[in-house]
Design a protein around this ligand. Structure first.
Ligand SMILES: [Zn+2]
Length: 439
């Protein structure tokens, strides 16, 4: 089983905790008296960092929210008060994809950019990528950080990077074939889109040498049925990865694929809280991921509320890693989780049910809330040639069996639901009393 950093990846948990604490203290020393954002935040909260002598002291620090980082940016544009050092210290700037609000800029020093590559090397090695691989990146590189960092990771493991920007989907497929790409990194939605294009253009997917796809940006690769669909279309294994511009590349799937992703605990401290109360979630409960990055003093996030739902599993993995896992990957956004008649409903749970139907092309889930009551409505596009009513009834029954919840399932005309090229937004919430609030 290949590891990128075997000593730490397989270390006893006490060793990991000690390592995290040592790195945390080093980080606090580096930003102390320099990072204007945290100086003010902790002063306002009446916290002196000198009191932090253990990881439980660390939990006395207040959470950091994305809205605070956005405000910090507005207060001192363009990079904000969370940029610890003076602008000359930084060599990279990126910004968030902006799918959930104001784009936020993040900056990296040469050291923290190396750290991104170091984390991505864990992701690639976890998926079995070595120097003999050719990694295809089907993107036009924009300001979004995600796959830029893949380039650094590929450099670390010595793999060849094939840039696929500025091309359309069929050209990319041909390029993968002609250059013998063995690994593709993209969103799950785009992997399915490429397979669709191959079908339309009569491109033989079996002519590709791709054996692994590494996915990020959406939960799909950990959604069992979506994963199965991608793997069948590509004849390759697909791996999940999670990260965020303001946090780093924090989690990856190992080759044994135990149904979850490992957190790089040598570089991050992960906590799980009840999103309502802010208290630590009980072991094995679904809660919001709170994360601290330990390798980015120039733009740190300390006890950062990611808004991602996870279920933490501390049982060592059969792969040999002791790094904790998020069972089922990222389960959705905490503000997308609703409780309908006592059942916790979150996007990936519904996606997993719908994706088992090859006869469903695209779908959209709407939760309508009126007078505190939630209703679940699912719209599906049925692949032409199938009996729509038959598919509709089966989807309704499958959701009922999986979630003990009776949704309204409607059939949409082919081509009327949004089809996504990159990141999909298939889940939305509507306030039935005050009008539509698409999310
Ligand atoms: Zn593992």
């Amino acid at each position: 089983m290949p590891f990128f950093d075997e000593v730490n990846e397989t270390a006893p948990r006490e060793h990991l905790r000690r390592l995290q604490f040592d790195k945390l203290q080093k980080l606090l020393r580096e930003i102390s008296g320099r990072n204007r954002f945290y100086i003010k935040k902790w002063k306002d909260a009446g916290i002196v960092t000198d009191i932090i002598h253990s990881l439980s002291d660390f939990q006395k620090l207040p959470f950091t929210c994305k809205s605070e980082l956005v405000t910090a940016q507005e207060e001192a544009p363009p990079f904000g008060t969370n940029a610890t050092f003076s602008p000359e210290a930084y060599t990279r700037v990126h910004q968030t994809s902006g799918t959930t609000g104001t784009p936020m800029r993040v900056v990296d020093t040469p050291e923290s950019w190396d750290w991104w590559g170091y984390c991505w090397a864990h992701v690639l090695t976890g998926a079995g990528v070595t120097a003999s691989d050719r990694v295809f990146l089907p993107f036009s590189f924009g300001p979004f950080i995600g796959f830029w960092a893949t380039v650094e990771g590929a450099k670390r493991v010595g793999a060849m990077m094939i840039p696929g920007g500025g091309w359309d989907s069929i050209q990319r497929l041909r390029m993968m074939r002609d250059l013998g790409a063995t690994v593709v990194c993209c969103t799950p939605t785009y992997a399915l889109r490429l397979a669709e294009v191959a079908r339309e253009e009569h491109f033989d997917m079996q002519s590709l040498s791709v054996r692994a796809l590494i996915h990020a940006g959406e939960p799909g690769a950990s959604v069992e049925r979506t994963k199965a669909r991608i793997e069948a279309a590509w004849g390759a294994k697909c791996f999940d990865h999670a990260g965020a511009s303001e946090v780093g590349a924090h989690s990856f799937e190992c080759e044994l694929q135990p149904g979850g992703i490992h957190v790089i605990e040598s570089e991050f401290i992960a906590e799980v809280i009840d999103p309502q109360t802010g208290k630590e979630a009980a072991a094995g409960e679904i809660g919001e991921l709170v994360i601290t990055n330990l390798g980015r003093p120039g733009f740190p996030v300390i006890r950062y509320r990611t808004g991602d739902l996870v279920r933490l599993n501390l049982i060592p993995c059969a792969c040999g890693r002791t790094f904790a896992r998020f069972d089922g990957g990222l389960l959705g956004r905490s503000d997308d989780m609703v409780t309908i008649r006592g059942v916790n409903v979150y996007p990936t749970a519904i996606e997993n049910v719908i994706r088992q139907f090859g006869s469903v092309d695209e779908f959209q889930v709407t939760v309508t809330t009126a007078s505190e009551m939630h209703q679940l409505e699912v719209e599906i596009e049925v692949v032409p040639g199938n009996d729509s009513e038959h598919v509709r009834t089966h989807v309704e029954q499958a959701i009922y069996h999986a979630l003990s919840l009776r949704p309204t399932v409607k059939v949409a005309k082919p081509g009327t639901l949004a089809h996504f090229e990159m990141k999909a937004r298939r889940f939305r919430r509507v306030d039935g009393a005050s009008g539509t609030r698409p999310r």
